[in-house]
Design a protein around this ligand. Structure first.
Ligand SMILES: NC(=O)c1ccc[n+]([C@@H]2O[C@H](COP(=O)([O-])OP(=O)(O)OC[C@H]3O[C@@H](n4cnc5c(N)ncnc54)[C@H](OP(=O)(O)O)[C@@H]3O)[C@@H](O)[C@H]2O)c1
Length: 290
């Protein structure tokens, strides 16, 4: 029996849909949700829904009973995530789960000097806890979601151009649905015990090259400006962008610039069994109709 956490989120839904599409019976899939009201579509697909909040250890132990393989989708609460993930891992162990699969994050700099230490630290802690849990594990080092690019670019990118402190360094962004499909392949097949996989695209692309793709789509030049991180923060702050967002955009863009997401050897294509969606294809899908 397979259990997927975060089943009402994007990655969880896409993983479950992939499992069903690939012929896994809905009677072999359990969805963990914290809000049952959001799970009507899962129930209509015949998937068993169990309620469990990452903050509630007892609830998790109950929800994980009878589960062999569990996909822990990393939580979105950056403040409490360490404890939440620890709860899930310990509850899985107590309930007798044999194999835990975890959506971790690509990174190179594991110190506090990383511009994305605010997300990387809890992934590192969680990976270590999982490895020392005694359960079989599979760690997925997910690269940046390509799906976030429009958010980074801003709504008026075709008029204003791209303004991000990412320099000319390339990154191997991958589509969330491609990573979720590859995750489903891991959940439904054997041979992934105690492995760490890198889920990144096969090609590395700079933000400048993406602006060139946007220019081709728009039929006019879409510029790319890469200011210093300081100037970027000052500009967005003056434009009244909330501080949390400024920190997030600045941190990720600076990390791209420092090569945190440049990857030469990815497992995504192999596990997916096809080429992952390219940045160019993604940008065409999103912007060609606008
Ligand atoms: N690689 C990247 O570029 C990247 C980018 C963004 C995020 N991420 C990470 O990847 C994860 C999955 O992405 P996504 O797009 O699927 O995010 P999402 O749509 O926000 O899904 C997160 C899921 O986690 C569930 N969740 C959050 N806190 C929980 C708790 N305390 N107890 C139980 N469930 C909880 C949410 O439940 P509700 O539906 O009830 O809210 C939701 O189902 C994110 O949570 C984040 O850790 C990675």
């Amino acid at each position: 029996m397979i259990l997927i956490t975060g089943a009402t989120g994007n990655y969880g839904k896409a993983s479950i849909d992939s499992l069903l599409r690939k012929g896994v019976s809905s009677s072999n899939i359990v969805a963990l949700v914290r809000d049952e009201e959001k799970a009507a579509d899962l129930k209509s697909k015949g998937v068993e829904v169990r309620v469990g909040d990452y903050n509630n250890y007892e609830q998790l132990v109950n929800a994980f009973k009878g589960i062999d393989k569990l996909l822990l989708i990393s939580g979105s609460d950056l403040v409490n995530r360490d404890q939440q993930h620890q709860n899930v891992i310990e509850a899985a162990k107590e309930a007798g789960v044999k194999h835990i699969v975890y959506t971790s994050f690509e990174r190179k700099n594991e110190t506090e000097t990383s511009p994305i230490a605010f997300v990387a630290a809890s992934h590192i802690t969680t990976e270590n806890l999982i490895k020392s849990s005694g359960m079989h594990y599979t760690i997925l080092r997910n690269n940046l979601y390509m799906d976030l690019l429009p958010w980074f670019f801003g709504e008026k990118v075709m008029e204003t151009g791209v303004f991000l402190p990412a320099g000319d360094t390339k990154a191997a962004f991958a589509l969330r649905d491609d990573m979720a499909e590859a995750t489903a392949n891991i959940m439904m097949t054997e041979g992934h015990e105690n492995k760490v996989y890198n889920f990144s695209n096969t090609e590395n692309v700079s933000i400048g090259e993406m602006a060139t793709s946007l220019s081709e789509i728009a039929g006019k030049e879409v510029t790319y400006t890469s200011p210093s991180t300081e100037v970027y923060i000052e500009t967005l702050t003056k434009a009244n962008v909330p501080a949390d967002y400024v920190g997030m955009f600045a941190g990720f863009s600076t990390a791209i610039n420092q090569g945190e997401f440049t990857v030469e050897n990815s497992d995504l294509e192999n596990i997916l069994g096809r080429k992952p969606t390219s940045a160019k294809q993604f940008l065409s899908m999103v912007y060609a109709s606008k």
